[in-house]
Design a protein around this ligand. Structure first.
Ligand code: ADE
Length: 225
């Protein structure tokens, strides 16, 4: 898959790009590219935003600036699925992540300030995605969250093929949270590891994990006490 991210702060993704799962995905032939709207702005002095018509606080990312960035990068006629990060978009979950992982080419648009001129939403975005009903200072963290959840699902990203298949909210676990994990020591400050995990009985372990996963799903369903 080819994942392109458009942002005013592409350097914010340096840490993300260095993560093992991302590096593994890239080694498998996937691509992660970053673009700065400012590099292709048609306006003088690197301008990318403007005051809102009608007045009000904050600045708005201009539609011509976003258009120029997309045209510069996709001059060869490529047409990725364009996803705009917005607090009012479709809530990101494992199902949406699976859907996006199937796409050969996705572009993420990160906004800043008061957001994008509405014509960007209308004419350039195929989808709008939110990582939760709260407002962040920009789309960079949401884009990183989305890129992380999508890229770690790509074959080879985790090194360990089963890891992403059998984890919380996956289809294998019927959308339920994952079961608890334990490692050494077997007893710590009197807190012990469930006997079944030390039994060596794979079938009992499997059943115990399925039960734990179901119980956690019920707990989630109930919500906080
Ligand atoms: N931009 C600002 N807040 C956001 C959120 N919660 N989700 C996606 N994009 C955003």
């Amino acid at each position: 898959m080819k994942l392109d991210i458009f942002s005013l702060f592409p350097e914010a993704f340096d840490w993300f790009r260095s993560q093992r799962s991302v590096q593994n995905a890239i080694a498998e032939g996937n691509e992660l590219r970053l673009f700065n709207y400012r590099d292709t702005t048609p306006l003088g002095a690197g301008q990318v935003d403007d005051a809102p018509y009608g007045g009000g606080a904050g600045m708005v990312l201009r539609v011509d600036v976003v258009d120029a960035a997309l045209q510069a990068v996709y001059a060869n006629g490529e047409r990725p699925r364009v996803v705009l990060l917005s607090p009012t978009g479709r809530l990101l979950d494992d199902e949406l992540a699976d859907e996006l992982t199937q796409e050969p080419h996705v572009a993420l648009l990160c906004g800043r300030y008061e957001g994008f001129d509405e014509r960007v939403h209308e004419h350039f975005a195929d989808d709008e995605v939110s990582i939760g009903r709260y407002v962040l200072a920009g789309g960079e963290l949401p884009a990183m969250v989305l890129a992380d959840v999508v890229m770690r699902k790509l074959p080879g990203a985790l090194g360990h093929e089963r890891s992403a298949v059998e984890e919380s909210f996956s289809q294998v676990l019927e959308g339920a949270p994952e079961y608890p994990h334990y490692t050494r020591p077997p007893v710590y400050r009197g807190w012990d590891v469930p006997d079944v995990l030390l039994s060596g009985d794979h079938e009992r372990v499997r059943l115990w994990r399925a039960e734990q996963s179901r119980a956690r799903a019920e707990q989630l369903e109930k919500g906080p006490e």
